[in-house]
Design a protein around this ligand. Structure first.
Ligand code: GDP
Length: 196
């Protein structure tokens, strides 16, 4: 479990490009700059598997990576970038929605939320959407090294409250790509949810 061999397969800009692979998929989603690329890199212990962006919101494609020839990690483009055009936002919504609603191989959505801020209306809306379409999801509270453990406890309670009636919320996990102390917890959830 400790060593993950990850290999980039392809970047899809249209649903027709999604790979025809039977591997169970784990998708990573969150607003721009939430720390998604850093989390992916820390999970597979590679510096540059997913590109840590200096200009957020640039990649409008869904990237697929095989992991240990056993799972597929799926990096959905960051949403809610303030400078993105209306057209870019709509393109994001269409591609991501298509993937989230229809992808048969998808077993778990890791929804990243920055632990330093209250979840935005957009983020609360996406939790509701995942619940409504019946997708298993885990909430990952990112950048936990940037706040006190008390503030993190409060954030976790807040999200537990938000999801208290959700049937499809697998878990809520604080995460730091810098410290990595909860990496094993996240991997355990992925392993559990992808078990066939
Ligand atoms: P993305 O746009 O969601 O892929 O976010 P990135 O992974 O590119 O991260 C955005 C910024 O947050 C970068 O400057 C990262 O170095 C920083 N960052 C990401 N994760 C963490 C974390 O866990 N702790 C700290 N301190 N900084 C982080």
């Amino acid at each position: 479990m400790d060593v993950l061999q990850a290999e980039f397969i392809l970047g899809a800009t249209k649903p027709e490009h999604f790979p025809a692979s039977p591997l169970p998929e784990v998708a990573f989603i969150g607003r721009s700059n939430v720390g998604k690329s850093s989390l992916l890199n820390s999970l597979v212990r590679r510096k540059n598997l997913a590109h840590v962006s200096s200009t957020p919101g640039k990649t409008q494609q869904i990237n697929f990576f095989t992991v240990n020839s056993r799972w597929m990690f799926v990096d959905l483009p960051g949403f809610g970038y303030a400078k993105a055009s209306k057209q870019e936002r709509e393109q994001w919504a269409m591609l991501a929605r298509d993937y989230l609603q229809h992808r048969k191989q998808l077993r778990l959505v890791c929804f990243l939320i920055d632990s330093r801020h209250d979840p935005s209306a957009l983020e609360l809306g996406l939790i509701e959407e995942l619940e409504m379409i019946g997708r298993r999801f885990a909430i990952i509270l990112t950048k936990k090294d940037k706040i006190s453990s008390k503030a993190m406890q409060e954030r976790e309670l807040q999200l537990r409250d938000v999801t208290q009636f959700c049937q499809h919320c697998a878990d809520i996990i604080p995460y730091s790509s810098v410290v990595g102390d909860t990496r094993a917890n996240l991997l355990a959830i992925i392993k559990r949810e992808c078990a066939c």
